[in-house]
Design a protein around this ligand. Structure first.
Ligand code: HEM
Length: 392
């Protein structure tokens, strides 16, 4: 295999996104498991210590000024899961416990996944190229419509791609070194949230239990809580997948695994899991310390910001290898751990699997290949700007 080629693209993706911080933080993180970086915070790069922090919501919180709270509370209000902690957060998670049944995930993902499949089926076999990044943006916009409870035939409905652009106009404002948005950025993000909130509010008021906002109402959430949760889903669920899906497709192609998987899908779950470990679509998590103590031999004080480097913790296990067994303390760390563990994982997996299944079905009939690709520059989450597929 072209392992060197695969590693080269991986490095390009990271350097494209963070030309200065990536080499700096990567280099530092391999030196010591915990260390203070002046101006940025305390970098934690060991999987076991990361998990320890994530599980301890008493000492390390998300609602604080320099973790998610500072970024998101001015935009989506204080009750959006990702900026909550303690009993209130647990209670909201408990209420949301049963929200992702196989049926509700299907209602949110399947219409958009079917539209994506139709486009791939129409374009690739006809010998036309397809930009997978553009396609996944459409998919993601379609799923946003599902989260907002917006039917495909709603009068005046924004197209999927516009919904994606609105979602991403919020997340693209975030940078690694930034603790909070500037007032004009926060105002821009609030106006995008407000546009997205319109249909979600209507679906909540309508109360139809087969829509996500209607279901949140059924679970006893106030309108403000429901809109906070809907906003959190739109904020967290777009960039990660638009980064990951093209990257896993490129990894499988670069690793020469497409034909084996097209013929036999049994290896697909392990390949996806390993792709998530290797690419780490959510490369860093943030926490504020609300007590003093010691972590991995380093003193931390109340008010310190912790940079939990999932990317170090996951990547230190080695190169892309779907046959790998991940040690228990690192398992699924790329979806977090503890009370804030990714609640959208079922939605994410449904989008990842449906796209890969569609591409592999087409591949089994007529192989395609990557004809060109470009990496994104200066973004929070590394990813491809374009990934062009066409028939072999
Ligand atoms: C491959 C895709 C994804 C990855 C790798 C991922 C990763 C993560 C991680 C690491 C966290 C924990 C953050 C922390 O503890 O600070 C998280 C939380 C969260 N994720 Fe995901 N995520 C993905 C997709 C999604 C999708 C598609 C959605 C929804 C549409 C979503 C919704 C959420 C929400 C709402 C939270 C906050 C949960 C809470 O704070 O209680 N995620 N995700």
């Amino acid at each position: 295999m072209k392992r060197r080629e695969l590693e080269r693209w991986e490095r390009r993706l990271h350097l494209g996104a963070h030309p200065v911080l990536y080499p700096l933080i990567r280099g530092l993180g391999y030196r010591r498991p915990v260390q203070r970086i002046p101006g940025l915070g305390i970098l934690v790069s060991d999987a076991g210590l990361l998990r320890q922090v994530l599980m301890d919501n008493e000492r390390f919180v998300k609602h604080g000024r320099s973790a998610s709270g500072g970024l998101w509370t001015p935009v989506v209000g204080p009750k959006a899961l990702l900026n909550m902690d303690g009993a209130e957060h647990l209670e909201m998670r408990r209420r949301l416990g049963g929200v992702f049944t196989a049926r509700s995930v299907a209602v949110m993902v399947e219409p958009a996944a079917a539209r994506l499949r139709d486009r791939l089926e129409r374009e690739l076999p006809a010998g036309r190229g397809v930009d997978l990044v553009r396609e996944v943006k459409e998919l993601s916009g379609g799923v946003i419509a599902g989260i907002l409870g917006l039917p495909a035939d709603a009068p005046g409905r924004l197209p999927d791609r516009d919904l994606f652009d609105l979602g991403t106009s919020i997340t693209s404002l975030v940078r690694l070194g930034r603790h909070e948005l500037t007032p004009p950025q926060a105002a821009k993000a609030r106006s995008a949230v407000e546009r997205l909130a319109g249909p979600a509010r209507a679906a909540y008021r309508d109360g139809a239990p087969d829509t996500f906002p209607g279901r949140l109402r059924e679970l006893g959430m106030s309108e403000q809580e429901a809109l906070g949760v809907v906003s959190a889903f739109v904020i967290v669920g777009t960039e990660t997948l638009v980064s990951f899906i093209p990257r896993i497709v490129a990894l499988l192609a670069d690793a020469g695994r497409l034909s084996a998987l097209a013929a036999d899908r049994n290896g697909l779950p392990a390949a996806v899991n390993e792709g998530l470990r290797f690419t780490v679509p959510s490369p860093m998590m943030l926490r504020d310390a609300v007590a003093s103590g010691t972590l991995g031999g380093v003193r931390y004080r109340e008010g310190d910001r912790l940079l939990l480097s999932t990317i170090h913790a996951a990547k230190s296990l080695g190169g892309f290898d779907p046959e790998r067994t991940v040690p228990p303390h690192a398992r699924q760390l790329w979806f977090g751990a503890g009370p804030h563990f990714c609640i959208g994982m079922p939605l994410a997996m449904a989008q990842i699997n449906s796209t890969l299944e569609s591409l592999l079905d087409i591949y089994a009939r007529q192989p395609w290949r990557i004809v060109s690709r470009r990496v994104k520059h200066r973004v929070l989450i590394p990813g491809y700007e374009t990934l062009e597929l066409a028939n072999e």
